[in-house]
Design a protein around this ligand. Sequence first.
Ligand SMILES: *Cc1c(COP(=O)(O)O)cnc(C)c1O
Length: 230
Amino acid sequence: MLKENLESVESKIQAACDRAGRKREEVTLIAVSKTKPVSMLKEAYDLGVRIFGENKVQEIRDKYEALPKDIEWHMIGHLQTNKVKYIVDKVKLIHSVDSLKLAETIEKEAEKHNCISDILLEVNVAEEESKFGLKTDEVLPVYEKILQYSHINVRGLMTIAPFVDNPEKNRTIFADLHKLYVDIKEKNIDNDTVSILSMGMTNDYEVAIEEGATMVRIGTGIFGARDYSV
Ligand SMILES: *Cc1c(COP(=O)(O)O)cnc(C)c1O
């Protein structure tokens, strides 16, 4: 099942890139493995998957220990400041930085661990009450503050679009985040640090790619439905 799912996702990513006149290499697939057992991640690993997304600190720690060290772990879920220390030197990218306070903690912990942390700013573009993330107009001021930190690199922006029946309904959200991303890139003309736009999940990644996503986070489409009861 995993193999067929991966092939199907891959061909849809390719088709979306073709429609948008983009190169396949411009889009990185994050296999979102939260709640799934290590055995399933191993199966994906054996099929060539090297980039996994998780949303819980403890789960990343356990899976990090259990699986090969050439895996890139991406933290995509809400991160509490008191847990930053457990993962700051283990994850490749934190997608979910949603406050200056969290950024401050990451800066301190990265300094302690003698590393530089790559992060994305999470933006609640649709301003949904139930979701974390900066409001659109908070992004630039927060970005400029974090620029002064020496152990954090802001690599781009992330959003979780609303759950909708028709993915076309999220197109303007993706387009809005893309616009904001271009604004930030333009503030940074002398370097390429800002190069990641993380948007699109199982239900809407094709639209997200058409609107400029450089990372898509796909769980259900690869691993099947999640069971939260166990
Ligand atoms: C769970 C999750 C995903 C993957 O969702 P699917 O709909 O299963 O593809 C992507 N991004 C975030 C932040 C998530 O928490």
